[in-house]
Write a protein of this length. Structure first.
Length: 343
């Protein structure tokens, strides 16, 4: 049995389950089965590496499923080319087979992988967002916290009543923007939301492919936040719009920040790196970001960590490496690049 199984996809399929894979390292992104097979056989690098690992959620259920699907949250190491380390994947698969055999679902499977070295617990925000996404995909009702969040954002509660909001309720709201009047209510009340609500809601919205209209609205708010030099509001707006498919509008947001004094802020540099990486294939934008990071003296090792993060992303790797050869860079950026080679 074990000899024939060489990938997690094969393991899940041979156990008679239906399954889906998601990246949950950067933003929650579904990975289609063909791409997942190519990742597993190391034909292609992992598209969304984070700190040298693939952070995956694999959702699976048996064909007679009457209960919620099972989920493995996995942290699998990648090599220097961001390809999956097959030996670790094989080790995980063999541990699963040893612990569970081919019976991956049902009561007997519960808790058997708790001490598995490749299984990890996502943070509360990521867990809430993933849970909310699964509920919408499976057409299951939202959590008990959703209704309060919906009423609050509709302006039916006082803005000071935010203490009764739950993170799960905000996640459910973010994943249900298309329901009822949710999107219009969000547009109407977003700028008035207290930071205690806006910040966790932005952390949920970054996993949502919001439409052009809402993206434009948030971009307008971001530009106002930049004018006001309001760092927290700027980060919230950038996170909230970063999952949009309107890449041109996200690029506009990043450029607005990089052309402002707020560009010097490490938190914004890290937000751009972690959430708006798709905009950094533009060499001018990339140089501006790296130059800002090189000038930052308040956070030790910031430039090096941003460089390491970006160079690992397959779509960005050639652009980041081209930075090493570029002529039009500041003395500070040149020195920071020089330090990379002395480590």
């Amino acid at each position: 049995m074990t000899a024939q199984i060489t990938t997690l996809g094969e393991l899940l399929t041979s156990a008679g389950t239906q399954w889906r894979a998601y990246d949950i390292g950067r933003r929650i992104t579904k990975i289609d089965k063909k791409q997942f097979a190519q990742i597993e056989t190391t034909q292609v690098p992992y598209p969304y590496p984070l700190a040298g690992h693939a952070l995956l959620a694999i959702q699976f259920w048996d064909n007679q499923a009457t209960q919620d699907p099972y989920v493995w949250f996995l942290k699998l190491p990648l090599d220097e080319q961001s390809k999956l380390v097959a030996a670790s994947r094989d080790h995980f698969a063999s541990m699963v087979i040893e612990a569970l055999g081919t019976q991956l679902t049902g009561e007997a499977a519960q808790g058997k992988l708790d001490n598995n070295p490749y299984v990890y617990a996502p943070n509360a925000n990521k867990l809430a967002a993933f849970n909310a996404l699964l509920k919408t995909e499976l057409k299951r009702p939202a959590s008990q916290y959703y209704e309060y969040a919906e009423l609050y954002i509709a302006g039916k509660m006082g803005l000071d009543q935010w203490q009764n909001l739950a993170v799960q309720g905000l996640a459910d709201f973010a994943m249900r923007l298309e329901h009822g009047n949710n999107q219009n209510n969000l547009k109407t009340h977003w700028s008035q939301l207290p930071k205690e609500v806006q910040s966790p809601l932005a952390a949920m919205l970054e996993h949502v492919a919001i439409g052009v209209e809402l993206t434009e609205h948030l971009l307008g708010g971001l530009k106002q936040a930049v004018n006001d030099q309001d760092l927290t509001a700027c980060i919230n707006h950038l996170r909230a719009l970063s999952g949009s498919h309107s890449l041109g509008l996200i690029a506009d947001a990043v450029d607005t920040i990089l052309d402002s004094p707020l560009a010097a802020q490490a938190d914004l540099q890290l937000t751009i790196t972690g959430r708006c990486w798709e905009t950094l294939t533009d060499s001018t934008r990339l140089i501006k970001l790296m130059d800002s990071a090189a000038h930052n003296t308040e956070v030790d090792g910031l430039f090096e960590s941003i460089f390491a993060d970006l160079v690992a992303i397959p779509t960005l790797r050639p652009h980041v490496l081209a930075l090493l050869r570029t002529e039009n860079r500041s003395e500070t950026l040149s020195r920071a690049i020089g330090r990379l080679f002395k480590r």
